[in-house]
Write a protein that binds this ligand. Structure first.
Ligand SMILES: NC(=O)N[C@@H](CC(=O)O)C(=O)O
Ligand SMILES: [Zn+2]
Ligand SMILES: [Zn+2]
Length: 348
Protein backbone atom coordinates (compact mmCIF):
# COMPACT_ATOMS: atom_id res chain seq x y z
CA UNK A 1 0.00 0.00 0.00
CA UNK A 2 1.33 3.42 -0.90
CA UNK A 3 2.36 5.85 1.84
CA UNK A 4 1.30 8.79 -0.25
CA UNK A 5 -2.17 9.80 -1.35
CA UNK A 6 -2.89 12.59 -3.84
CA UNK A 7 -6.44 13.87 -4.20
CA UNK A 8 -8.16 16.61 -6.13
CA UNK A 9 -8.52 19.38 -3.55
CA UNK A 10 -11.53 18.53 -1.37
CA UNK A 11 -14.34 20.82 -0.15
CA UNK A 12 -16.11 20.79 3.22
CA UNK A 13 -19.89 20.76 2.74
CA UNK A 14 -20.72 21.57 6.41
CA UNK A 15 -18.59 23.68 8.74
CA UNK A 16 -19.01 26.21 11.56
CA UNK A 17 -16.45 29.04 11.43
CA UNK A 18 -18.06 31.20 14.18
CA UNK A 19 -17.31 34.93 14.04
CA UNK A 20 -15.21 37.78 15.37
CA UNK A 21 -11.85 36.95 16.96
CA UNK A 22 -12.30 33.22 16.22
CA UNK A 23 -12.34 33.73 12.45
CA UNK A 24 -8.60 34.04 11.77
CA UNK A 25 -8.11 30.64 13.44
CA UNK A 26 -11.07 28.74 12.03
CA UNK A 27 -10.63 30.16 8.52
CA UNK A 28 -6.89 29.37 8.44
CA UNK A 29 -7.63 25.78 9.50
CA UNK A 30 -10.27 25.14 6.84
CA UNK A 31 -8.37 27.00 4.10
CA UNK A 32 -5.26 24.89 4.70
CA UNK A 33 -6.95 21.93 2.99
CA UNK A 34 -10.31 22.79 1.49
CA UNK A 35 -11.03 24.79 -1.64
CA UNK A 36 -14.55 25.74 -0.59
CA UNK A 37 -16.84 25.19 2.36
CA UNK A 38 -20.53 25.45 3.09
CA UNK A 39 -20.61 27.92 5.99
CA UNK A 40 -23.21 27.19 8.64
CA UNK A 41 -25.33 30.24 9.52
CA UNK A 42 -26.05 29.59 13.24
CA UNK A 43 -24.49 32.79 14.53
CA UNK A 44 -26.23 34.90 17.19
CA UNK A 45 -28.21 36.50 15.58
CA UNK A 46 -28.33 34.04 12.67
CA UNK A 47 -27.59 34.76 9.00
CA UNK A 48 -31.16 35.27 7.76
CA UNK A 49 -30.91 37.01 4.40
CA UNK A 50 -28.57 37.91 1.55
CA UNK A 51 -27.41 41.15 3.22
CA UNK A 52 -26.40 39.33 6.43
CA UNK A 53 -24.74 36.58 4.37
CA UNK A 54 -22.80 39.20 2.41
CA UNK A 55 -21.53 40.87 5.59
CA UNK A 56 -20.50 37.52 7.11
CA UNK A 57 -18.83 36.48 3.85
CA UNK A 58 -16.76 39.68 3.84
CA UNK A 59 -15.61 38.99 7.42
CA UNK A 60 -14.57 35.46 6.40
CA UNK A 61 -12.73 36.65 3.29
CA UNK A 62 -10.88 39.26 5.36
CA UNK A 63 -9.77 36.52 7.79
CA UNK A 64 -8.11 34.37 5.09
CA UNK A 65 -4.37 33.89 5.31
CA UNK A 66 -2.38 35.90 2.72
CA UNK A 67 -2.60 34.33 -0.71
CA UNK A 68 -5.47 31.97 0.17
CA UNK A 69 -8.10 31.34 -2.50
CA UNK A 70 -10.48 29.62 -0.09
CA UNK A 71 -14.09 30.32 -1.08
CA UNK A 72 -16.86 30.46 1.53
CA UNK A 73 -20.23 29.25 0.20
CA UNK A 74 -22.87 31.06 2.23
CA UNK A 75 -26.07 29.62 3.69
CA UNK A 76 -29.28 31.23 4.96
CA UNK A 77 -30.77 30.24 8.31
CA UNK A 78 -34.48 29.53 7.87
CA UNK A 79 -36.83 30.94 10.51
CA UNK A 80 -40.62 30.79 10.78
CA UNK A 81 -40.64 34.18 9.05
CA UNK A 82 -38.39 33.48 6.04
CA UNK A 83 -40.19 34.78 2.94
CA UNK A 84 -40.00 33.29 -0.58
CA UNK A 85 -38.74 36.66 -1.79
CA UNK A 86 -35.72 36.42 0.54
CA UNK A 87 -34.88 33.05 -1.02
CA UNK A 88 -35.07 34.53 -4.52
CA UNK A 89 -32.87 37.48 -3.53
CA UNK A 90 -30.35 35.13 -1.93
CA UNK A 91 -30.21 32.99 -5.05
CA UNK A 92 -29.74 36.09 -7.21
CA UNK A 93 -26.79 37.18 -5.03
CA UNK A 94 -24.67 34.37 -6.47
CA UNK A 95 -22.88 33.74 -3.15
CA UNK A 96 -25.70 32.06 -1.19
CA UNK A 97 -25.67 28.37 -2.09
CA UNK A 98 -28.23 26.84 0.29
CA UNK A 99 -30.62 27.42 3.18
CA UNK A 100 -30.56 25.53 6.46
CA UNK A 101 -33.45 24.14 8.43
CA UNK A 102 -32.75 23.88 12.14
CA UNK A 103 -35.73 22.58 14.08
CA UNK A 104 -36.09 25.13 16.91
CA UNK A 105 -34.14 23.94 19.94
CA UNK A 106 -32.41 21.01 18.18
CA UNK A 107 -28.80 22.17 18.55
CA UNK A 108 -26.35 25.02 19.24
CA UNK A 109 -27.89 28.44 18.46
CA UNK A 110 -31.11 27.02 17.07
CA UNK A 111 -33.47 29.18 19.19
CA UNK A 112 -34.57 31.11 16.09
CA UNK A 113 -35.09 27.89 14.15
CA UNK A 114 -38.26 26.59 12.55
CA UNK A 115 -41.05 25.62 14.97
CA UNK A 116 -43.13 23.83 12.30
CA UNK A 117 -42.14 22.94 8.75
CA UNK A 118 -45.64 23.95 7.65
CA UNK A 119 -44.71 27.58 8.40
CA UNK A 120 -41.94 27.60 5.78
CA UNK A 121 -43.53 25.60 2.97
CA UNK A 122 -43.72 28.71 0.72
CA UNK A 123 -40.00 29.39 1.29
CA UNK A 124 -39.14 25.76 0.54
CA UNK A 125 -41.26 25.92 -2.60
CA UNK A 126 -39.25 28.94 -3.73
CA UNK A 127 -36.05 26.99 -3.07
CA UNK A 128 -37.26 24.15 -5.28
CA UNK A 129 -38.14 26.68 -8.01
CA UNK A 130 -34.78 28.47 -8.00
CA UNK A 131 -32.71 25.33 -7.45
CA UNK A 132 -31.39 26.12 -3.97
CA UNK A 133 -30.54 23.07 -1.82
CA UNK A 134 -32.31 22.64 1.53
CA UNK A 135 -29.90 21.53 4.26
CA UNK A 136 -31.54 19.83 7.23
CA UNK A 137 -30.43 19.19 10.80
CA UNK A 138 -32.62 16.08 11.04
CA UNK A 139 -33.58 15.61 14.67
CA UNK A 140 -36.92 16.00 16.40
CA UNK A 141 -36.83 18.04 19.59
CA UNK A 142 -39.80 16.73 21.59
CA UNK A 143 -38.85 16.12 25.20
CA UNK A 144 -40.41 12.65 25.20
CA UNK A 145 -38.11 11.37 22.43
CA UNK A 146 -34.86 9.76 23.55
CA UNK A 147 -31.79 11.69 22.35
CA UNK A 148 -30.47 8.57 20.58
CA UNK A 149 -33.74 8.17 18.60
CA UNK A 150 -34.19 11.77 17.46
CA UNK A 151 -32.74 11.30 13.98
CA UNK A 152 -34.72 8.16 13.18
CA UNK A 153 -37.99 9.75 14.31
CA UNK A 154 -37.25 12.88 12.27
CA UNK A 155 -37.06 10.70 9.15
CA UNK A 156 -40.46 9.18 9.82
CA UNK A 157 -42.20 12.38 10.92
CA UNK A 158 -40.64 15.01 8.61
CA UNK A 159 -37.93 13.98 6.16
CA UNK A 160 -40.09 11.62 4.12
CA UNK A 161 -42.81 14.22 3.82
CA UNK A 162 -40.50 17.04 2.70
CA UNK A 163 -38.89 14.82 0.07
CA UNK A 164 -42.30 13.68 -1.20
CA UNK A 165 -43.81 17.18 -1.24
CA UNK A 166 -40.94 18.67 -3.30
CA UNK A 167 -39.72 16.08 -5.80
CA UNK A 168 -37.34 18.50 -7.54
CA UNK A 169 -35.86 20.05 -4.37
CA UNK A 170 -32.24 19.18 -3.56
CA UNK A 171 -32.15 18.04 0.07
CA UNK A 172 -29.01 17.38 2.12
CA UNK A 173 -29.57 15.31 5.24
CA UNK A 174 -26.75 16.86 7.28
CA UNK A 175 -24.28 14.98 9.49
CA UNK A 176 -26.13 11.64 9.40
CA UNK A 177 -25.46 9.33 12.33
CA UNK A 178 -27.67 6.26 11.93
CA UNK A 179 -28.17 3.20 9.73
CA UNK A 180 -31.75 4.48 9.34
CA UNK A 181 -30.54 7.69 7.71
CA UNK A 182 -28.15 5.77 5.45
CA UNK A 183 -31.02 3.59 4.30
CA UNK A 184 -33.37 6.52 3.79
CA UNK A 185 -30.86 8.45 1.68
CA UNK A 186 -29.83 5.37 -0.30
CA UNK A 187 -33.45 4.60 -1.22
CA UNK A 188 -34.44 8.22 -1.90
CA UNK A 189 -34.26 9.76 -5.38
CA UNK A 190 -31.01 11.32 -6.66
CA UNK A 191 -31.95 14.82 -5.42
CA UNK A 192 -31.40 13.65 -1.82
CA UNK A 193 -27.86 13.45 -0.43
CA UNK A 194 -26.10 13.43 2.93
CA UNK A 195 -22.96 14.68 4.63
CA UNK A 196 -20.99 12.45 6.99
CA UNK A 197 -18.50 13.73 9.58
CA UNK A 198 -15.07 12.25 10.32
CA UNK A 199 -15.93 11.81 13.98
CA UNK A 200 -19.05 9.74 13.24
CA UNK A 201 -16.89 7.48 11.02
CA UNK A 202 -14.13 7.07 13.61
CA UNK A 203 -16.13 6.87 16.82
CA UNK A 204 -19.23 5.54 18.52
CA UNK A 205 -20.82 6.31 21.87
CA UNK A 206 -18.45 3.98 23.76
CA UNK A 207 -15.61 6.34 22.92
CA UNK A 208 -17.56 9.14 24.60
CA UNK A 209 -18.83 7.27 27.65
CA UNK A 210 -16.75 4.20 28.59
CA UNK A 211 -14.10 4.74 31.29
CA UNK A 212 -15.20 8.32 31.92
CA UNK A 213 -17.29 10.98 30.19
CA UNK A 214 -15.37 12.80 27.45
CA UNK A 215 -16.97 16.13 26.60
CA UNK A 216 -14.89 16.68 23.47
CA UNK A 217 -16.70 13.74 21.83
CA UNK A 218 -20.09 15.28 22.58
CA UNK A 219 -21.80 16.65 19.50
CA UNK A 220 -25.26 16.64 17.97
CA UNK A 221 -26.58 14.43 16.59
CA UNK A 222 -24.94 12.43 19.39
CA UNK A 223 -22.58 9.51 18.62
CA UNK A 224 -24.62 6.31 18.30
CA UNK A 225 -23.86 2.63 18.91
CA UNK A 226 -21.18 0.90 16.82
CA UNK A 227 -23.63 -0.76 14.41
CA UNK A 228 -24.57 2.72 13.20
CA UNK A 229 -20.90 3.67 12.87
CA UNK A 230 -20.43 0.61 10.63
CA UNK A 231 -23.38 1.66 8.45
CA UNK A 232 -21.87 5.14 8.05
CA UNK A 233 -18.49 3.65 7.08
CA UNK A 234 -20.24 1.41 4.56
CA UNK A 235 -22.02 4.43 3.03
CA UNK A 236 -18.97 6.72 2.94
CA UNK A 237 -16.76 4.10 1.32
CA UNK A 238 -19.46 2.70 -1.01
CA UNK A 239 -18.74 5.03 -3.91
CA UNK A 240 -22.41 6.10 -3.87
CA UNK A 241 -22.32 9.78 -5.02
CA UNK A 242 -25.12 10.74 -2.59
CA UNK A 243 -22.68 10.68 0.33
CA UNK A 244 -20.07 13.40 0.72
CA UNK A 245 -17.71 15.08 3.14
CA UNK A 246 -19.05 17.54 5.71
CA UNK A 247 -16.92 17.85 8.82
CA UNK A 248 -19.43 19.66 11.04
CA UNK A 249 -16.31 21.04 12.68
CA UNK A 250 -17.96 23.06 15.47
CA UNK A 251 -15.58 24.75 17.90
CA UNK A 252 -16.58 25.78 21.40
CA UNK A 253 -14.16 27.30 23.89
CA UNK A 254 -12.61 24.83 26.34
CA UNK A 255 -14.55 26.19 29.32
CA UNK A 256 -17.85 25.77 27.46
CA UNK A 257 -17.12 22.08 26.72
CA UNK A 258 -15.49 21.08 30.04
CA UNK A 259 -18.46 22.14 32.12
CA UNK A 260 -21.33 20.71 34.14
CA UNK A 261 -23.55 21.48 31.12
CA UNK A 262 -21.21 21.32 28.14
CA UNK A 263 -21.87 22.54 24.60
CA UNK A 264 -22.27 20.18 21.63
CA UNK A 265 -19.64 20.24 18.89
CA UNK A 266 -16.29 18.66 17.95
CA UNK A 267 -13.37 20.67 16.52
CA UNK A 268 -11.85 18.72 13.63
CA UNK A 269 -11.00 21.34 10.97
CA UNK A 270 -7.30 21.46 11.98
CA UNK A 271 -6.85 17.87 10.70
CA UNK A 272 -10.07 17.01 8.91
CA UNK A 273 -8.88 15.28 5.75
CA UNK A 274 -6.27 13.45 7.83
CA UNK A 275 -9.03 12.04 10.08
CA UNK A 276 -11.13 10.98 7.09
CA UNK A 277 -8.08 9.28 5.55
CA UNK A 278 -7.67 7.29 8.77
CA UNK A 279 -11.29 6.14 8.63
CA UNK A 280 -11.08 5.16 4.96
CA UNK A 281 -7.77 3.38 5.51
CA UNK A 282 -9.32 1.26 8.26
CA UNK A 283 -11.72 0.02 5.59
CA UNK A 284 -9.00 -0.45 2.94
CA UNK A 285 -10.96 2.11 0.95
CA UNK A 286 -8.49 4.94 0.39
CA UNK A 287 -9.31 4.66 -3.31
CA UNK A 288 -12.84 5.87 -2.47
CA UNK A 289 -11.73 8.97 -0.56
CA UNK A 290 -11.40 11.28 -3.55
CA UNK A 291 -14.96 10.65 -4.71
CA UNK A 292 -16.33 11.26 -1.21
CA UNK A 293 -14.15 14.28 -0.41
CA UNK A 294 -13.64 16.03 -3.76
CA UNK A 295 -16.20 14.93 -6.36
CA UNK A 296 -19.58 13.95 -4.90
CA UNK A 297 -20.24 17.27 -3.12
CA UNK A 298 -19.62 19.58 -6.09
CA UNK A 299 -21.62 17.25 -8.29
CA UNK A 300 -24.59 17.40 -5.91
CA UNK A 301 -24.40 21.21 -5.62
CA UNK A 302 -23.96 21.64 -9.38
CA UNK A 303 -20.46 23.16 -9.09
CA UNK A 304 -17.23 22.13 -10.83
CA UNK A 305 -14.74 20.06 -8.84
CA UNK A 306 -11.51 21.76 -7.83
CA UNK A 307 -8.66 21.25 -10.29
CA UNK A 308 -5.58 21.51 -8.05
CA UNK A 309 -4.49 18.74 -5.71
CA UNK A 310 -3.40 17.99 -2.15
CA UNK A 311 -1.07 15.23 -1.01
CA UNK A 312 -1.24 13.26 2.23
CA UNK A 313 1.61 11.12 3.55
CA UNK A 314 1.26 8.28 6.03
CA UNK A 315 3.39 9.62 8.85
CA UNK A 316 2.61 9.78 12.57
CA UNK A 317 2.40 13.19 14.23
CA UNK A 318 0.98 14.43 17.50
CA UNK A 319 -2.15 16.55 17.46
CA UNK A 320 -1.86 19.81 19.41
CA UNK A 321 -3.10 19.69 23.01
CA UNK A 322 -5.03 22.91 22.43
CA UNK A 323 -5.42 25.61 19.79
CA UNK A 324 -6.01 29.36 19.98
CA UNK A 325 -9.64 30.41 19.52
CA UNK A 326 -9.81 34.20 19.57
CA UNK A 327 -8.65 35.12 23.07
CA UNK A 328 -9.76 31.69 24.25
CA UNK A 329 -8.67 28.10 23.67
CA UNK A 330 -10.31 25.20 21.86
CA UNK A 331 -9.47 21.56 22.56
CA UNK A 332 -9.47 19.78 19.22
CA UNK A 333 -10.70 16.24 18.73
CA UNK A 334 -7.73 13.85 19.30
CA UNK A 335 -5.83 16.52 21.29
CA UNK A 336 -2.35 15.29 22.20
CA UNK A 337 -2.86 11.96 20.44
CA UNK A 338 -1.24 10.45 17.39
CA UNK A 339 -2.65 11.11 13.92
CA UNK A 340 -1.64 8.74 11.16
CA UNK A 341 -1.76 10.98 8.08
CA UNK A 342 -0.16 14.33 7.45
CA UNK A 343 -1.01 16.90 4.79
CA UNK A 344 2.11 17.46 2.72
CA UNK A 345 1.88 20.13 0.10
CA UNK A 346 0.06 21.16 -3.01
CA UNK A 347 1.11 19.36 -6.14
CA UNK A 348 -0.20 21.36 -9.06
N1 LIG B 1 -22.88 19.65 15.69
C1 LIG B 1 -22.87 20.20 16.88
O1 LIG B 1 -22.81 19.46 17.87
N2 LIG B 1 -22.94 21.53 17.06
C2 LIG B 1 -23.09 22.54 16.04
C3 LIG B 1 -24.49 22.67 15.55
C4 LIG B 1 -24.95 21.56 14.65
O2 LIG B 1 -24.36 21.31 13.59
O3 LIG B 1 -25.94 20.90 14.94
C5 LIG B 1 -22.61 23.87 16.61
O4 LIG B 1 -22.87 24.91 16.00
O5 LIG B 1 -21.94 23.87 17.66
ZN1 LIG C 1 -26.58 20.29 13.04
ZN1 LIG D 1 -23.18 21.63 12.14
Amino acid sequence: MSDRLTLLRPDDWHIHLRDGAALPHTVADVARTFGRAIIMPNLVPPVRNAAEADAYRQRILAARPAGSRFEPLMVLYLTDRTQPEEIRQAKASGFVHAAKLYPAGATTNSDSGVTSIDKILPAIEAMAEVGMPLLIHGEVTRGDVDVFDREKIFIDEHMRRVVELFPTLKVVFEHITTADAVQFVTEAPANVGATITAHHLLYNRNHMLVGGIRPHFYCLPILKRNTHQVALLDAATSGNPKFFLGTDSAPHAQHAKEAACGCAGCYTAYAAIELYAEAFEQRNALDKLEGFASLNGPRFYGLPANTDRITLVREDWTAPASLPFGELTVIPLRAGETLRWRLLEESK
